[in-house]
Ligand binder design. Structure first.
Ligand code: CO
Length: 217
């Protein structure tokens, strides 16, 4: 098991290799970050954002939480989204879940897990909405399908936010994608639920902007 000293040693070695490969690497990043992608993923240590999509520091803005959720009252996630869209002007948001997610599994277990149960309640709601489909599956398939349904729901949750809808109203390019990562082969599975406009989002979630002419919304 690595000790803290190992981690510091690893850090020194990593920095040395980066400079060896590209002497200007760190100096370029000091200036500013200009990532085109925001990653919203699970905190799970087996799902490292940059490595999975082969991106260097500076190329991916990242938010991770248990079971990759976009919750409308989570100021942490919402602040990341606002900064990514309004300041960094990212063009793509990747909502990335993973099969075998412990958070998703815990969400539907009939036993208490403490505080985290409150965080995971929205996933129980997703289960309830899709109960007929899910209850026809065995336990493992049920969890994996719920991981997919959760990602699809979080893509919608993102589209519901003011920040995303305002960006679309401004004509800013912003695409939201939903992927599920497989731990056993390292590949992402595209859920094909990408959205780039309000189309498809139920009318009740369309945020009203009083400065816009009527026809626009
Ligand atoms: Co997870």
């Amino acid at each position: 098991m690595p000790t803290i000293k190992h981690l510091i040693d690893n850090n020194r070695e990593w920095a040395r290799q980066q400079v060896e490969r590209d002497p200007e690497f760190f100096q370029r990043l000091v200036g500013q970050q200009s990532p085109e992608y925001l990653w919203i993923g699970c905190s799970d240590s087996r799902v490292p954002a940059n490595q999975i999509v082969g991106m260097d520091p500076g190329e991916l803005f990242v938010h991770r939480n248990v079971a990759n959720q976009v919750i409308q009252t989570d100021f942490n996630c919402l602040s990341v989204i606002q900064f990514a869209i309004e300041a960094l002007k990212v063009k793509h948001v990747l909502v990335v879940g993973h099969y075998g997610c412990g958070g998703v599994k815990a969400a539907i277990e009939s036993k208490p897990h403490g505080l985290v149960d409150h965080w995971l309640y929205p996933i129980r709601d997703i289960y309830r909405e899709h109960a007929v489909e899910l209850e026809a599956l065995d336990e493992q398939a049920q969890i994996d399908r719920l991981c997919e349904l959760n990602v699809i729901e979080q893509v919608k949750n993102l589209a519901k936010t003011n920040m995303v809808q305002e960006a679309w109203d401004r004509g800013q390019e912003l695409n939201i994608h939903g992927w599920v990562y497989r731990l056993d082969n390292g590949l992402v599975n595209d859920m094909n639920v990408s959205v780039a406009s309000r189309e498809g989002l139920e009318q009740v979630y369309h945020v009203y902007h009083k400065n816009l002419p009527k026809g626009v919304r």
